[in-house]
Design a protein around this ligand. Structure first.
Ligand SMILES: [Ca+2]
Length: 331
């Protein structure tokens, strides 16, 4: 499981970024140089100029705050390299760090974001969900104000609450359509009543369908339909429209034995590892307890899911002179 989880992680050691180049040898912390520190017990209201918490001052909490401090420090010019030392532990960005031209090293000097000597910071693009409150049974809820399409607990992907349930260790289990509806083969299908649970808001049910042709055997097209109509008395489901598209029918006839499952309703959250989002909350049944001690991550949905990115202003004003070193990064 861990090995599978690692597969989606982008591991970047000694990442030389943004045209910075240069050697892998960075200066150790020293007084007299422009240096900032980021630590997971830091505070963005502090100066960010001490290696650890001392009295009412200490490191920054976030890399983004350090980035802002660097911008302010170099805006009038540079007389030496500027280094941001990131201390050990898991740093959750919530979104990628975007370097712009004003983040660039200048005047022959570089801006260096690197691990504190002898320590290994882990930089996650995702935001960590915290502030869990008990909801019902073993289900907890936490507020979310960003959109995401994946959730992870300790590196293992969680499951959008669905029916039928996937067996432990798998994300795959399906129902089978029961019958073709003559004359509406790409629009309606017969189902076994137990395969689509009756829920309080049936309009919320999405049907994840592999229309399989007359005998249900062709399974290379997956379509997700929303706004469906489910008639339990007749055992007939009528597709609404394809999520994110204008299609209102399946790309192939829906024969008997085509595969599908349903998701989207709160009632389908009924086993560990399933989550459901609604009303500004994410509801989750953790695989492990206590929930606050699990690293539950929800990467913000993005077209460009990077950890660090660079975008200059113009061809003549690129991002340059930034080095990233010794950071283990996770999308
Ligand atoms: Ca379920």
């Amino acid at each position: 499981m861990i090995a599978r989880a690692i597969a989606w992680l982008l591991l970047a050691f000694e990442l030389a970024a943004c045209g910075g180049g240069g050697s892998a040898t960075a200066p150790a912390p020293a007084s007299g140089t422009t240096t900032f520190y980021v630590a997971i017990d830091g505070n963005d209201g502090w100066s960010g100029t001490t290696t650890a918490v001392t009295g009412n001052d200490g490191p920054f909490r976030s890399i983004a705050r350090a980035q802002a401090a660097v911008r302010a420090a170099i805006g009038g010019g540079m007389r030496e390299d500027v280094t941001v030392f990131i201390r050990a532990g898991a740093h959750y960005l919530g979104d990628e760090i975007r370097f712009r031209a004003e983040d660039s090293g200048r005047d022959g000097f570089q801006v260096i974001y690197r691990n504190y000597p002898g320590e290994q910071p882990l930089v996650h693009r995702a935001r960590r969900l915290t502030g869990w409150q008990p909801d019902s049974g073993q289900i907890y809820k936490a507020r979310v104000d960003w959109s995401f399409d994946m959730l992870f607990e300790n590196g293992v992907r969680a499951i959008n609450a669905r029916h039928p349930n996937a067996p432990a260790g798998s994300r795959f289990a399906y129902s089978r359509t029961w019958a073709t509806v003559a004359g509406a083969e790409t629009k309606r299908f017969g189902f076994t009543v137990a395969d689509i649970p009756a829920v309080a808001q049936p309009g919320a049910l999405a049907i994840v369908l592999w229309p399989g042709g007359p005998d249900g055997e062709f399974s290379w097209n997956q379509q997700i339909f929303v706004g469906n109509t489910v008639d339990h008395a007749a055992g007939i489901a009528t597709l609404g429209r394809e999520a994110g598209r204008n299609a209102t029918t399946a790309v192939l006839p829906i024969g008997a034995n085509s595969r599908y499952f349903v998701q989207g309703a709160r009632e389908l959250l009924d086993q560990p590892g399933e989550y459901w989002v609604g009303g500004g909350f994410v509801y989750y049944w953790p695989r492990q307890a206590p929930i606050e001690q699990q690293a539950i991550l929800a990467p913000r949905a993005s077209q460009f899911p990077g950890v660090f990115s660079c975008r200059g202003a113009t061809a003549d004003l690129p991002v340059r002179g930034i080095r990233l070193e010794g950071l283990l990064t996770f999308r």
